[in-house]
Design a protein. Structure first.
Length: 198
């Protein structure tokens, strides 16, 4: 019964978003559109995560306020990793340390390119599906919503190891310790392994 009601609310929301593509929708409006479903927010997340609709919130776009939503495209996008199981998503996110593999943003933390936004991770394809890439975990990686949604112009190129080491070596001792602290926190297991090397 509850599931049935949920489906009804989701269908209503889907229809409402599709009738308002590109328009910023407020939460009151969406709650009404769902038939005042108590879990309308969850239904919106299902449209995004399960059906692949590009519904953006303030976490994705800095010009949106909390409680505002906008559907960009009537066509669901494969970039939201449809058809990828929850288990695979969890595996990939865990393997990637809950860190965007393009820009290094960490899930739940302020985004490095826009600290007013919380980093939300999605599953992206290393080789795009349009280029024949598969949904296999080996072709998947964690990407933040900024990188995943074509914020590519914002994404800096990765520095080469050589340049990076030069930068770190030239930094003050205090800054080097900060880098060390950050690396240890990010790579706890590797740190322990390195420290026990003979
Ligand atoms: Zn990113």
């Amino acid at each position: 019964m509850a599931a049935e009601r949920g489906k009804g609310a989701r269908a209503k929301l889907r229809a409402y978003f599709l009738a308002n593509v590109g328009r910023v929708l407020e939460s009151d409006e969406l709650r009404n559109a769902s038939g005042n479903a108590s879990e309308w927010g969850r239904r919106v997340r299902e449209l995004r995560n399960e059906e692949g609709y590009q519904i953006l919130t303030h976490n994705d776009r800095s010009n949106l306020k909390p409680g505002q939503y906008v559907l960009l495209d009537p066509k669901p996008t494969p970039a939201f990793a449809r058809g990828i199981s929850k288990e695979t998503r969890a595996l990939v996110l865990d393997r990637n340390g809950f860190t965007c593999q393009k820009c290094g943003a960490v899930a739940g933390e302020p985004h490095p390119f826009d600290p007013t936004r919380k980093t939300r991770l999605q599953i992206g394809h290393i080789i795009d599906k349009s280029m024949g890439g598969s949904d296999s975990p080996t072709n998947l990686r964690a990407e933040c919503s900024v990188c995943n949604e074509g914020g590519k112009n914002l994404t800096l190129d990765r520095p080469s190891l050589q340049k990076l080491l030069i930068q770190v070596r030239r930094a003050t001792g205090g800054d080097q310790v900060e880098v060390l602290r950050w690396l240890i926190q990010k790579f706890r297991e590797q740190t322990a392994a390195i420290l026990t090397e003979k």
